[in-house]
Design a protein around this ligand. Structure first.
Ligand code: NAD
Length: 258
């Protein structure tokens, strides 16, 4: 196996789920700025067409595809379309997500929230990976990055569907890293901490500041770009010996006791 220790993703084809907002959008923009060919996917009604057009206006290569990751048939249709349009697929970033708070004794909603969390945050990841594999196998530096959460490592009350699904993502990441390692396909997970995105926009700036002061080492919320840059780092051809890891990008939240 030839090693390609390049520090550039220029010319690589990258598919990002949930690219219409927050970290997914930042990831698409960071990869595009580095010369990658970026497929932005998200729900119908999300601004991916506009984001892709904006990237093209700045001279980057980007296209948008509507893709609800809870729709298995849509995944099977869209992933090959992306590969056909861009001539392959080198990087898959499983990022789409929904927050899924629900107390364990809320019998009216728990099953629904659980099913949705598992479908969008976990089942979708394996389906995206299975659809992408035939194309990743043709790549000289195939990369999979799964966005989990610090909720996979420590937990918040009333967030068990989310925490369980995200912990599942870290397990899936390790298992597939082991299974696909002989093919040179790396599979890694990132655990973002508190990041200012669509998911956390309902948290007021004042509450964000209090939480960040109390919980993180860096005493602030993170920016979506700060997660996107870790994703980029894991996807460099030179990152060829990093696989099966779960990396917090959390401002030191998991490191801090008091
Ligand atoms: P966000 O709400 O800004 O973006 C999430 C995107 O996913 C949205 O554009 C949304 O339309 C899309 N999406 C939701 N359901 C989808 C579906 N079924 N199919 C396709 N797209 C779908 O949130 P974000 O914070 O950027 O979230 C990105 C990832 O980061 C998620 O997996 C989330 O769980 C994770 N995360 C977020 C934080 C945080 O503090 N913001 C912390 C840890 C982990």
């Amino acid at each position: 196996m030839g090693m390609e220790l390049s520090r550039s993703v220029a010319g690589k084809v990258v598919l990002v789920t949930g690219a219409g907002s927050g970290m997914g959008r930042a990831t698409a923009e960071v990869f595009a700025a580095e010369g990658a060919l970026v497929a932005l996917t998200d729900l119908a009604g999300s601004p991916i067409e506009d984001i892709a057009a904006g990237l093209r206006a700045r001279g980057h290569q980007a296209r948008a595809w509507v893709l609800d990751v809870s729709d298995a048939a849509a995944i099977r249709a869209v992933v090959p379309e992306v590969a056909a349009a861009f001539g392959g697929l080198d990087v898959l970033v499983n990022n789409a997500g929904v927050s899924s708070f629900c107390p364990i004794d809320d019998d009216d909603h728990y099953e629904l929230v659980w099913d949705r969390a598992v479908a969008v945050l976990l089942t979708a990841h394996q389906r995206m990976i299975r659809a992408a594999l035939p194309f990743l196998r043709q790549s000289s530096s195939p990369r999979i990055v799964n966005i989990a959460s610090t909720e996979a490592l420590g937990a918040t009350a009333r967030n068990s569907p989310y925490a369980a699904a995200k912990a599942g993502v870290t397990g899936l990441t390790r298992a597939l890293a082991v299974e696909l390692g002989k093919e040179g396909i790396t599979v890694n997970a990132i655990c973002p901490g508190p990041i200012a995105t669509g998911m956390t926009e309902k948290v007021s700036d004042a509450d964000k500041a209090v939480y960040a002061q109390r919980r993180t080492a860096l005493r602030r919320y993170g920016l979506p770009e700060e997660v996107a840059h870790m994703t980029l780092s894991l996807c460099l051809p030179a990152a060829s010996y990093i696989t099966g890891v779960t990396i917090p990008v959390d401002g030191g939240l998991m490191a801090r006791n008091a």
